[in-house]
Design a protein around this ligand. Structure first.
Ligand SMILES: CC(C)(COP(=O)(O)OP(=O)(O)OC[C@H]1O[C@@H](n2cnc3c(N)ncnc32)[C@H](O)[C@@H]1OP(=O)(O)O)[C@@H](O)C(=O)NCCC(=O)NCCS
Length: 410
């Protein structure tokens, strides 16, 4: 078994601080502008939209050296919401790079999340190695698909179409939560994600709901349009949101999309392959590609195991021996007992005397199993887990069900 993790001890004179406008603003806008190729004004807008309280700065002897943005959110696993913290905008100033500072920054952020009580952490990585080294692992897939709108069926719907307003937000959230509970890896959209979907790049998306005669929201979508030179000046639609509450809602949304066909020749979306939208189409004409995997880190084993959902009615007992040099509180033996699908989690001092289903793995491998992205047997093939055949199979049965996907990019 080999673990890619390395301990990341705190270093003298390096401190992780919350962003303070007077102290960091001037440098931050330049750093973000340089690293993420945006103008200082765009960098300022990012701070404003994200909220400055989410920004962290790693200083070396009082000098700004690196930054990250930490966003509280919830992600669904096993049908339940798990408290997680997304990371984005990770950047190390060029003079400090290739010296373990990116790793130190992430380790310090993880220690903060652990103290704050987060169960998990997630991100999209520009380099996997950096994040894998501190315990993140690929845990689900982000897809992108393109469809010529001529393949949308010319269906009709009696539902009323109306532009969404702020007052519709609770009904929207209810549909999102119900759908996300069926889709491991999906986010319960937070104040950081909603504006990115409804105001991509600072411009309003077109957002519509389909309502029944009682005024109930049955589905909604949001999209942005752009002219496509390659489409003979017809338009390309980026469909950012597509949420149907039921069959009628689904039909209403498809009819609404199709009604744009005269000007819109192509649509691009991150809806995952399992979305009912794809199955509702008469032909398989979408070009789908796997864009990247999101990475997950288990921050607190106890809370992560306790908050996640498990297969209904399942009874099981598993003991995990976790290796975590970055967050040592996770290190050691964890027992997960499932009684009728309900978890009881306990930390053990040692492996129990009586025979048990015991698995050894590093905390990154555990994240890949936890999300349901990788069966335990695959982690053994990867050299990241060790266990008997039956323990591997039982762990897979407890954690792996539907394909794990995340349509949001953050
Ligand atoms: C990516 C970045 C944060 C790494 O910072 P860093 O301080 O150089 O990272 P570390 O020194 O801790 O590197 C950790 C590991 O990741 C690897 N790594 C670092 N930068 C890498 C890169 N650009 N490509 C591939 N691997 C990289 C290193 O090889 C290192 O492993 P090693 O020690 O075994 O060689 C930094 O280069 C940066 O700010 N880049 C521009 C912005 C960016 O890409 N941000 C990430 C957004 S998710």
């Amino acid at each position: 078994m080999h673990s890619p993790l390395r301990a990341q001890a705190a270093r003298d004179s390096w401190t992780l601080l919350r962003y303070e406008a007077e102290r960091h603003a001037a440098k931050h806008r330049l750093v973000v502008g340089d690293i993420f190729a945006c103008t200082p004004e765009e960098a300022d807008r990012w701070v404003e939209v994200a909220g400055s309280e989410k920004i962290r700065v790693l200083e070396c002897a009082g000098e700004y050296a690196a930054t990250a943005l930490l966003m509280p959110m919830h992600q669904f696993f096993g049908g339940k919401r798990v408290q997680t913290r997304g990371a984005a905008g990770v950047g190390v100033l060029p003079p400090y790079r290739r010296d373990g500072i990116g790793s130190l920054l992430m380790a310090e952020c993880l220690r903060e999340m652990e103290a704050a009580g987060d169960a998990c952490a997630n991100l999209y990585a520009s380099t996997t190695k950096l994040y894998r080294g501190v315990g993140y692992e690929m845990a689900g897939t982000h897809y992108s698909a393109t469809l010529e709108t001529s393949y949308l069926p010319a269906s009709r719907s009696d539902l009323e179409v109306r532009a969404l307003t702020e007052a519709d937000r609770p009904a929207m959230q209810e549909i999102v939560q119900a759908n996300a509970a069926l889709a491991p890896g999906h986010l319960d959209r937070c104040e950081y994600i909603w504006p990115r979907l409804l105001r991509p790049r600072g411009k309003d998306a077109q957002a519509y709901g389909v309502f029944d005669t009682t005024g109930q929201l049955r589905g909604f979508l949001a999209f942005a349009l752009e002219h496509g030179e390659d489409l003979d000046d017809f338009q390309r639609m980026t469909l950012n949101v597509f949420e149907a509450a039921d069959a009628e809602g689904l039909q209403g949304l498809v009819a609404l999309l199709r009604s744009h066909h005269s000007m819109v020749r192509e649509m691009v979306t991150t809806l995952p392959p399992q979305s009912p939208f794809w199955t509702s189409l008469p032909e398989q004409r979408a070009k789908t590609r796997m864009r990247e995997h999101f990475m997950l880190r288990i921050v607190r084993v106890f809370d992560a195991l306790q908050q996640r959902g498990y297969p209904l009615g399942m009874n099981a007992e598993l003991v995990f021996e976790i290796d975590d040099p970055v967050l040592p509180a996770n290190q050691g033996f964890w027992r997960l007992q499932l009684a009728d699908g309900e978890p009881t989690v306990s930390k053990l001092d040692a492996l129990p005397d009586q025979e048990c289903h015991h698995l050894r793995m590093d905390i990154g491998a555990f994240a890949a199993l936890y999300s349901g992205h990788q069966p335990a047997e695959n982690l053994a093939i990867l050299g990241r887990a060790e266990a008997g055949k039956e323990a591997l199979a039982r762990a897979s049965a407890a954690f792996v069900s539907r394909a794990v996907t995340c349509p949001e990019m953050f």
